[in-house]
Design a protein around this ligand. Structure first.
Ligand code: ZN
Length: 371
Protein backbone atom coordinates (compact mmCIF):
# COMPACT_ATOMS: atom_id res chain seq x y z
CA UNK A 1 0.00 0.00 0.00
CA UNK A 2 1.21 3.50 -0.84
CA UNK A 3 2.15 6.45 1.34
CA UNK A 4 -1.12 8.08 0.25
CA UNK A 5 -2.93 5.03 1.64
CA UNK A 6 -1.14 5.46 4.98
CA UNK A 7 -1.92 9.15 5.05
CA UNK A 8 -5.60 8.53 4.35
CA UNK A 9 -5.83 5.83 7.02
CA UNK A 10 -4.11 8.12 9.54
CA UNK A 11 -6.82 10.66 8.82
CA UNK A 12 -9.49 7.97 9.30
CA UNK A 13 -7.95 7.17 12.70
CA UNK A 14 -8.00 10.87 13.65
CA UNK A 15 -11.68 10.93 12.79
CA UNK A 16 -12.26 7.76 14.82
CA UNK A 17 -10.83 9.57 17.85
CA UNK A 18 -13.69 12.09 17.61
CA UNK A 19 -16.24 9.42 18.42
CA UNK A 20 -14.40 7.86 21.35
CA UNK A 21 -16.43 9.66 24.01
CA UNK A 22 -19.82 8.91 22.51
CA UNK A 23 -19.88 5.86 20.23
CA UNK A 24 -20.23 3.10 22.83
CA UNK A 25 -21.50 0.43 22.83
CA UNK A 26 -20.47 0.73 19.18
CA UNK A 27 -16.83 0.99 18.16
CA UNK A 28 -15.56 4.41 17.17
CA UNK A 29 -14.71 4.31 13.48
CA UNK A 30 -13.37 6.86 11.03
CA UNK A 31 -13.97 6.82 7.26
CA UNK A 32 -12.26 8.81 4.51
CA UNK A 33 -13.30 8.54 0.86
CA UNK A 34 -10.73 9.59 -1.73
CA UNK A 35 -10.72 9.89 -5.50
CA UNK A 36 -7.39 10.28 -7.29
CA UNK A 37 -5.60 10.90 -3.96
CA UNK A 38 -8.00 13.71 -3.00
CA UNK A 39 -10.29 13.46 0.02
CA UNK A 40 -13.88 13.93 -1.16
CA UNK A 41 -15.80 12.85 1.96
CA UNK A 42 -15.24 11.85 5.57
CA UNK A 43 -17.16 10.83 8.63
CA UNK A 44 -17.00 9.17 12.02
CA UNK A 45 -19.34 7.13 14.20
CA UNK A 46 -22.08 9.17 15.82
CA UNK A 47 -23.72 8.21 19.14
CA UNK A 48 -25.51 4.84 19.24
CA UNK A 49 -28.56 4.82 17.00
CA UNK A 50 -26.96 7.46 14.76
CA UNK A 51 -24.92 7.02 11.62
CA UNK A 52 -21.85 4.83 11.33
CA UNK A 53 -18.73 6.48 9.89
CA UNK A 54 -19.26 5.20 6.33
CA UNK A 55 -22.85 6.50 6.19
CA UNK A 56 -21.73 9.88 7.55
CA UNK A 57 -19.16 10.11 4.75
CA UNK A 58 -21.61 8.97 2.05
CA UNK A 59 -24.30 11.35 3.23
CA UNK A 60 -21.91 14.30 2.86
CA UNK A 61 -23.21 14.36 -0.70
CA UNK A 62 -20.07 14.08 -2.84
CA UNK A 63 -19.98 11.83 -5.92
CA UNK A 64 -17.80 8.96 -4.72
CA UNK A 65 -18.15 6.67 -7.77
CA UNK A 66 -14.93 4.79 -8.35
CA UNK A 67 -13.44 6.09 -5.10
CA UNK A 68 -11.43 4.40 -2.37
CA UNK A 69 -12.90 4.21 1.14
CA UNK A 70 -10.47 4.04 4.08
CA UNK A 71 -12.11 2.71 7.22
CA UNK A 72 -10.47 2.08 10.59
CA UNK A 73 -12.69 -0.98 11.21
CA UNK A 74 -14.34 -3.48 8.86
CA UNK A 75 -17.66 -2.11 7.50
CA UNK A 76 -20.64 -3.82 9.10
CA UNK A 77 -22.65 -6.38 7.17
CA UNK A 78 -25.63 -6.78 9.48
CA UNK A 79 -28.77 -4.76 9.94
CA UNK A 80 -28.37 -3.06 13.30
CA UNK A 81 -29.97 0.24 14.19
CA UNK A 82 -28.42 1.50 10.92
CA UNK A 83 -26.51 -0.06 8.05
CA UNK A 84 -25.29 -2.36 6.72
CA UNK A 85 -22.40 -0.11 5.72
CA UNK A 86 -20.89 -2.67 3.32
CA UNK A 87 -24.09 -2.47 1.21
CA UNK A 88 -24.07 1.33 1.30
CA UNK A 89 -20.45 1.46 0.05
CA UNK A 90 -21.29 -0.95 -2.78
CA UNK A 91 -24.41 1.02 -3.74
CA UNK A 92 -22.43 4.26 -3.83
CA UNK A 93 -20.06 2.78 -6.40
CA UNK A 94 -16.92 2.59 -4.24
CA UNK A 95 -14.39 0.47 -6.11
CA UNK A 96 -11.75 -0.12 -3.39
CA UNK A 97 -11.97 -0.39 0.40
CA UNK A 98 -8.90 -0.28 2.67
CA UNK A 99 -9.62 -1.58 6.17
CA UNK A 100 -7.34 -1.21 9.19
CA UNK A 101 -8.68 -4.16 11.18
CA UNK A 102 -11.43 -6.77 11.12
CA UNK A 103 -14.50 -6.35 13.28
CA UNK A 104 -14.43 -8.94 16.12
CA UNK A 105 -18.23 -8.76 16.47
CA UNK A 106 -19.36 -12.27 15.41
CA UNK A 107 -22.22 -10.67 13.47
CA UNK A 108 -19.58 -9.07 11.23
CA UNK A 109 -16.18 -10.86 11.66
CA UNK A 110 -15.16 -11.00 8.01
CA UNK A 111 -18.69 -10.96 6.58
CA UNK A 112 -18.40 -7.27 5.67
CA UNK A 113 -15.17 -7.95 3.79
CA UNK A 114 -16.74 -10.97 2.07
CA UNK A 115 -19.76 -8.94 0.98
CA UNK A 116 -17.56 -6.24 -0.55
CA UNK A 117 -15.42 -8.78 -2.40
CA UNK A 118 -18.45 -10.56 -3.79
CA UNK A 119 -19.67 -7.28 -5.22
CA UNK A 120 -16.36 -6.90 -7.05
CA UNK A 121 -14.88 -4.30 -4.70
CA UNK A 122 -11.10 -4.54 -4.18
CA UNK A 123 -10.45 -5.00 -0.44
CA UNK A 124 -7.21 -4.66 1.52
CA UNK A 125 -6.99 -5.32 5.25
CA UNK A 126 -4.34 -4.57 7.90
CA UNK A 127 -3.10 -1.04 7.21
CA UNK A 128 -2.24 0.59 10.60
CA UNK A 129 -3.88 -2.37 12.28
CA UNK A 130 -2.16 -1.82 15.66
CA UNK A 131 -3.29 1.79 15.92
CA UNK A 132 -6.81 0.85 14.89
CA UNK A 133 -6.99 -1.88 17.55
CA UNK A 134 -5.68 0.58 20.13
CA UNK A 135 -8.34 3.12 19.15
CA UNK A 136 -11.06 0.55 19.87
CA UNK A 137 -9.30 -1.40 22.62
CA UNK A 138 -12.43 -1.60 24.77
CA UNK A 139 -14.78 -2.73 22.02
CA UNK A 140 -12.27 -5.29 20.76
CA UNK A 141 -11.58 -6.68 24.23
CA UNK A 142 -15.29 -6.98 24.96
CA UNK A 143 -15.82 -9.11 21.86
CA UNK A 144 -12.60 -11.11 22.11
CA UNK A 145 -12.63 -11.77 25.86
CA UNK A 146 -16.17 -10.98 27.00
CA UNK A 147 -15.11 -8.29 29.48
CA UNK A 148 -14.50 -4.54 29.20
CA UNK A 149 -11.11 -2.83 29.15
CA UNK A 150 -10.26 -2.04 32.78
CA UNK A 151 -8.39 1.14 33.67
CA UNK A 152 -7.53 1.66 37.33
CA UNK A 153 -6.95 5.30 38.21
CA UNK A 154 -5.07 6.25 41.34
CA UNK A 155 -3.95 9.58 42.80
CA UNK A 156 -1.09 9.32 45.26
CA UNK A 157 1.59 11.22 47.08
CA UNK A 158 5.16 10.78 45.88
CA UNK A 159 5.63 8.11 48.54
CA UNK A 160 2.71 6.15 47.09
CA UNK A 161 0.11 7.00 49.71
CA UNK A 162 -3.49 7.77 48.87
CA UNK A 163 -5.01 8.79 52.17
CA UNK A 164 -4.04 9.45 55.75
CA UNK A 165 -4.51 6.62 58.25
CA UNK A 166 -7.82 8.28 59.22
CA UNK A 167 -9.02 7.87 55.66
CA UNK A 168 -8.84 11.58 54.93
CA UNK A 169 -7.97 11.75 51.24
CA UNK A 170 -9.48 14.58 49.25
CA UNK A 171 -7.44 16.84 46.97
CA UNK A 172 -4.16 14.97 46.87
CA UNK A 173 -3.57 16.24 43.36
CA UNK A 174 -4.04 19.67 41.71
CA UNK A 175 -7.06 20.96 39.74
CA UNK A 176 -5.19 20.20 36.48
CA UNK A 177 -5.04 16.51 37.34
CA UNK A 178 -8.65 16.47 38.43
CA UNK A 179 -9.64 18.03 35.09
CA UNK A 180 -7.63 15.31 33.37
CA UNK A 181 -9.53 12.65 35.32
CA UNK A 182 -12.72 14.16 33.92
CA UNK A 183 -11.53 13.22 30.43
CA UNK A 184 -10.84 9.68 31.60
CA UNK A 185 -14.35 9.52 33.03
CA UNK A 186 -15.91 10.91 29.88
CA UNK A 187 -14.22 8.22 27.79
CA UNK A 188 -15.48 5.46 30.11
CA UNK A 189 -18.76 3.56 29.88
CA UNK A 190 -18.80 2.92 33.63
CA UNK A 191 -17.01 4.19 36.73
CA UNK A 192 -16.55 1.61 39.45
CA UNK A 193 -16.02 2.50 43.07
CA UNK A 194 -16.19 0.64 46.36
CA UNK A 195 -18.50 1.09 49.32
CA UNK A 196 -15.55 2.28 51.44
CA UNK A 197 -14.94 5.26 49.14
CA UNK A 198 -18.66 5.89 48.85
CA UNK A 199 -19.12 6.04 52.62
CA UNK A 200 -15.97 8.07 53.23
CA UNK A 201 -16.20 10.66 50.41
CA UNK A 202 -19.84 10.49 49.24
CA UNK A 203 -18.66 11.22 45.66
CA UNK A 204 -20.87 12.23 42.72
CA UNK A 205 -18.79 10.32 40.13
CA UNK A 206 -20.13 12.45 37.31
CA UNK A 207 -18.63 13.95 34.18
CA UNK A 208 -18.53 17.69 34.73
CA UNK A 209 -16.90 18.73 31.46
CA UNK A 210 -18.72 19.24 28.16
CA UNK A 211 -18.12 18.13 24.58
CA UNK A 212 -16.45 21.46 23.76
CA UNK A 213 -13.88 20.86 26.52
CA UNK A 214 -12.74 17.74 24.67
CA UNK A 215 -13.27 19.12 21.16
CA UNK A 216 -16.03 16.83 19.92
CA UNK A 217 -19.43 17.61 18.41
CA UNK A 218 -21.70 15.18 20.22
CA UNK A 219 -22.92 15.68 23.79
CA UNK A 220 -20.98 13.71 26.41
CA UNK A 221 -22.91 11.16 28.44
CA UNK A 222 -22.83 10.27 32.10
CA UNK A 223 -21.07 6.93 32.52
CA UNK A 224 -22.89 4.27 34.52
CA UNK A 225 -21.87 4.60 38.19
CA UNK A 226 -21.13 1.24 39.80
CA UNK A 227 -20.70 0.71 43.53
CA UNK A 228 -19.23 -2.58 44.72
CA UNK A 229 -21.05 -3.09 48.02
CA UNK A 230 -21.04 -6.71 49.18
CA UNK A 231 -23.11 -6.14 52.32
CA UNK A 232 -25.31 -3.42 50.82
CA UNK A 233 -24.33 -0.73 53.27
CA UNK A 234 -25.03 2.15 50.90
CA UNK A 235 -27.55 4.74 52.00
CA UNK A 236 -30.49 5.65 49.73
CA UNK A 237 -29.44 9.26 50.45
CA UNK A 238 -26.02 8.80 48.80
CA UNK A 239 -25.07 11.74 46.62
CA UNK A 240 -24.44 9.64 43.53
CA UNK A 241 -28.07 8.54 43.50
CA UNK A 242 -29.11 12.15 43.02
CA UNK A 243 -26.99 12.71 39.90
CA UNK A 244 -28.06 12.49 36.26
CA UNK A 245 -27.43 9.08 34.74
CA UNK A 246 -27.74 5.58 36.17
CA UNK A 247 -26.32 3.90 39.26
CA UNK A 248 -25.81 0.18 39.62
CA UNK A 249 -25.01 -1.41 42.97
CA UNK A 250 -23.29 -4.78 42.88
CA UNK A 251 -23.82 -6.85 46.00
CA UNK A 252 -23.60 -10.44 47.21
CA UNK A 253 -26.67 -12.59 46.99
CA UNK A 254 -28.06 -13.00 50.51
CA UNK A 255 -31.30 -12.62 52.44
CA UNK A 256 -30.09 -9.47 54.17
CA UNK A 257 -29.08 -7.86 50.88
CA UNK A 258 -32.41 -8.81 49.28
CA UNK A 259 -34.17 -7.04 52.19
CA UNK A 260 -32.09 -3.89 51.97
CA UNK A 261 -32.26 -3.62 48.18
CA UNK A 262 -35.80 -2.25 47.95
CA UNK A 263 -34.97 1.11 49.55
CA UNK A 264 -32.06 1.60 47.15
CA UNK A 265 -34.17 0.60 44.16
CA UNK A 266 -36.83 3.08 45.32
CA UNK A 267 -34.07 5.73 45.39
CA UNK A 268 -33.36 5.03 41.72
CA UNK A 269 -30.54 2.49 41.87
CA UNK A 270 -30.39 -0.82 40.13
CA UNK A 271 -29.14 -3.65 42.33
CA UNK A 272 -27.44 -6.76 40.93
CA UNK A 273 -26.68 -9.82 43.03
CA UNK A 274 -23.39 -11.46 42.18
CA UNK A 275 -21.52 -14.54 43.30
CA UNK A 276 -18.71 -14.41 45.83
CA UNK A 277 -15.04 -15.12 45.33
CA UNK A 278 -13.80 -15.79 48.86
CA UNK A 279 -15.28 -13.07 51.07
CA UNK A 280 -15.81 -10.60 48.24
CA UNK A 281 -17.83 -10.04 45.11
CA UNK A 282 -16.43 -11.91 42.14
CA UNK A 283 -15.08 -8.97 40.14
CA UNK A 284 -14.84 -11.03 36.96
CA UNK A 285 -18.59 -11.69 37.28
CA UNK A 286 -19.13 -7.95 37.66
CA UNK A 287 -17.13 -7.26 34.50
CA UNK A 288 -19.10 -9.89 32.57
CA UNK A 289 -22.32 -8.20 33.70
CA UNK A 290 -21.04 -4.82 32.54
CA UNK A 291 -19.92 -6.23 29.17
CA UNK A 292 -23.41 -7.66 28.64
CA UNK A 293 -24.69 -4.12 29.04
CA UNK A 294 -22.38 -2.93 26.29
CA UNK A 295 -19.65 -1.41 28.48
CA UNK A 296 -16.47 -1.32 26.40
CA UNK A 297 -14.27 0.52 28.87
CA UNK A 298 -14.55 0.89 32.64
CA UNK A 299 -12.66 3.13 35.04
CA UNK A 300 -11.96 1.98 38.59
CA UNK A 301 -11.79 4.92 41.02
CA UNK A 302 -11.59 3.18 44.34
CA UNK A 303 -9.52 2.72 47.46
CA UNK A 304 -6.71 0.27 48.11
CA UNK A 305 -9.00 -2.72 48.70
CA UNK A 306 -11.06 -2.70 45.51
CA UNK A 307 -8.30 -1.35 43.25
CA UNK A 308 -5.98 -4.01 44.68
CA UNK A 309 -8.70 -6.62 44.11
CA UNK A 310 -8.89 -5.88 40.39
CA UNK A 311 -5.10 -6.12 40.13
CA UNK A 312 -4.78 -9.25 42.29
CA UNK A 313 -7.43 -11.05 40.23
CA UNK A 314 -5.58 -10.38 36.99
CA UNK A 315 -8.20 -7.99 35.65
CA UNK A 316 -6.06 -4.88 35.15
CA UNK A 317 -5.48 -3.63 31.61
CA UNK A 318 -4.14 -0.19 32.37
CA UNK A 319 -3.09 1.80 35.39
CA UNK A 320 -3.19 5.61 35.35
CA UNK A 321 -1.35 7.14 38.31
CA UNK A 322 -1.30 10.79 39.23
CA UNK A 323 1.62 11.48 41.55
CA UNK A 324 1.53 14.66 43.62
CA UNK A 325 4.90 16.06 44.75
CA UNK A 326 4.07 15.53 48.44
CA UNK A 327 5.06 13.08 51.14
CA UNK A 328 2.35 11.61 53.35
CA UNK A 329 4.56 9.47 55.53
CA UNK A 330 4.60 5.80 56.40
CA UNK A 331 1.42 5.64 58.45
CA UNK A 332 -0.69 6.84 55.51
CA UNK A 333 -2.60 4.31 53.42
CA UNK A 334 -0.93 2.50 50.51
CA UNK A 335 -2.19 2.57 46.91
CA UNK A 336 -3.20 -1.08 46.77
CA UNK A 337 -3.93 -3.94 49.11
CA UNK A 338 -1.96 -6.54 47.20
CA UNK A 339 -0.77 -9.79 48.70
CA UNK A 340 2.72 -9.94 47.19
CA UNK A 341 5.03 -11.89 49.50
CA UNK A 342 8.29 -12.31 47.61
CA UNK A 343 10.27 -10.21 45.17
CA UNK A 344 9.79 -12.88 42.52
CA UNK A 345 6.04 -12.43 42.75
CA UNK A 346 6.17 -8.71 41.93
CA UNK A 347 3.92 -7.36 39.23
CA UNK A 348 5.89 -5.90 36.31
CA UNK A 349 4.40 -3.00 34.37
CA UNK A 350 5.46 -1.16 31.24
CA UNK A 351 5.28 2.62 31.02
CA UNK A 352 3.09 3.64 28.09
CA UNK A 353 3.12 7.37 28.71
CA UNK A 354 4.51 9.84 31.22
CA UNK A 355 3.80 13.56 31.42
CA UNK A 356 3.53 16.48 33.79
CA UNK A 357 0.02 17.72 34.49
CA UNK A 358 0.20 20.97 36.44
CA UNK A 359 2.34 20.17 39.48
CA UNK A 360 1.62 16.45 39.23
CA UNK A 361 3.07 13.64 37.15
CA UNK A 362 0.77 11.29 35.27
CA UNK A 363 2.07 7.86 34.39
CA UNK A 364 0.11 5.41 32.27
CA UNK A 365 1.21 1.80 32.66
CA UNK A 366 0.16 -1.62 31.45
CA UNK A 367 0.92 -4.94 33.07
CA UNK A 368 2.97 -7.47 31.15
CA UNK A 369 0.72 -9.84 29.25
CA UNK A 370 -1.01 -12.59 31.24
CA UNK A 371 0.32 -11.43 34.58
ZN1 ZN B 1 -21.80 0.16 9.85
Amino acid sequence: MSSVDRQMMSRALQLAAKGRFTSSPNPSVGCVIAIADQVVAEGYTRPAGGNHAEIEALQAGADVTGGTAYVSLEPCSHQGKTGPCADALIAAGISRVVIACEDPNPEVAGAGIEKLKQAGVEVQVGLLDDQARESNKGFIKRYEQGTPWVTVKMAASLDGRTAMASGQSQWITTPASRADVQRLRAASCAIITGIGTQLMDDPSLTVRITNTDVGVEDQLRQPLRVVVDGQLQMSPQARLLQQPGDTLIATLDGAEQRDKASALIAAGAEVVFLSALGQHIDLQALLLTLAERGCNQVLVEAGAGLAGGFIAEGLLDELVCYWAPKLFGHTARPMFDLPIETIDAHLALSVEDIRQIGEDIRVTLRPDKDY
